[in-house]
Design a protein. Structure first.
Length: 270
């Protein structure tokens, strides 16, 4: 015995093509992410030598772009084909994966709130590992520079963290010109300068710490992000709620279409 909302079981064209439209956006976004990631890898020569990926000790941002692209492409494809072909297996795969991602996001948010000290230590460790690889990957370098410049910070806990990088380490035997300095993104910008001085951080850590305040940011980026979050909590919450609602809407469409298809199959069986 099957309960159904219509007197005669049928697959709703509204839900079918609304789910298709919903997923075509995912699919196209996935294609764009994949194209951007492969193009970035080709520019860095990774496609001709994949060992460059494993040789990087920090995060290669392109890997993140490719993973997001693969997930979005796969989900979008499964949702589009599942909706058009009324394929229950593909629709259940799409729905189950969205539910898993939603629960994973929720679990991460709860864990981050309950275990703040542990999260802070992991973020510090992650940031320090990426400082070590600052000069090894141009994309990683640009992300760190942007993070420091936007948040007016330097290093994970402070400018001394740049000793983790062999080029900036004061104690290393390296003859790098950047030794005992910091990247230009740590420098306090001069409004009178129209051209960025990429050498502004040279030798700055050879000076006394009392002189640093006038030339570079002395606050660590972890502290800067911790201060940024309470000021923008409504924006962060709004983004999280918007993403969650989109996921719930996709789950609703998929479950409704699955119910329609199963009802039609059940009615045809009698």
């Amino acid at each position: 015995m099957h309960y159904y909302r219509y007197s005669n079981a049928e697959v709703s064209c509204w839900y079918k093509y609304l789910l298709f439209s919903y997923n075509i956006v995912f699919w196209l976004a996935g294609v764009a992410f994949l194209a951007a990631g492969l193009w970035a890898w080709s520019e860095k020569g990774v496609l001709s030598d994949l060992t460059k990926v494993t040789g990087l000790h920090g995060l290669d941002p392109v890997v993140l772009v490719l993973v997001v692209g693969i997930v979005m492409f796969t989900l979008g494809f499964a949702g589009c084909v599942g909706a058009l072909r009324e394929n229950i297996c593909l629709l259940k795969f799409f729905c189950g994966t969205i539910v898993f991602i939603f629960l994973l996001e929720l679990a991460v948010a709860v864990m981050a709130f309950l275990f703040q000290d542990w999260v802070r230590d992991r973020v510090k460790e992650f940031f320090e590992n990426n400082i070590k690889s600052y000069r090894d990957d141009i994309d990683l370098q640009n992300i760190i520079d942007s993070l420091q410049r936007i948040n007016h910070c330097c290093g994970a806990q402070g400018p001394e963290d740049w000793d983790f990088n062999i080029y900036f380490d004061c104690k290393s035997e390296s003859k790098s010109r950047e030794k005992c300095g910091v990247p230009f993104s740590c420098c306090i910008p001069d409004p009178a300068q129209k051209v960025v001085n990429t050498q502004c951080g040279y030798d700055i850590r050879k000076k006394s710490k009392s002189e640093w305040d006038d030339q570079i940011f002395v606050k660590g980026c972890i502290h800067a992000l911790e201060a940024w979050l309470p000021r923008n909590i409504y924006i962060v919450a709004g983004v999280f709620i918007a993403i969650s609602l989109l996921q719930i809407f996709g789950i609703f469409l998929a479950r409704t279409l699955i119910a329609d298809i199963e009802a039609v199959k059940a009615s045809n069986a009698f």
